[in-house]
Design a protein. Structure first.
Length: 75
């Protein structure tokens, strides 16, 4: 059986999509998904997307958000 370091070394050679898939599977072994919570997040995400598409909410570019955070916290 491979140890953790050997497994990570093997995983590093995978394409990024496959590494993300492996990470997702491993995280699910630590914290099993709860269908009710997942459904609430999906509903909220769809609601937010509809708000943006309808023009009721204006999205803020990520660069601006991170810039404001750095400025506020002195990073």
């Amino acid at each position: 059986m491979l140890g953790a370091r050997e497994i990570v070394k093997e995983a590093e050679s995978l394409p990024v999509e496959e590494r993300a898939f492996v990470i997702d599977l491993l995280l699910k072994t630590l914290n099993s998904p709860e269908k009710q919570i997942d459904q609430k997040w999906i509903k909220l995400a769809k609601q937010r997307l509809n708000e943006i598409r309808s023009g009721h909410v204006t999205a803020v570019p990520g660069d601006q958000v991170f810039s404001e955070i750095r400025e506020k916290f002195g990073w």
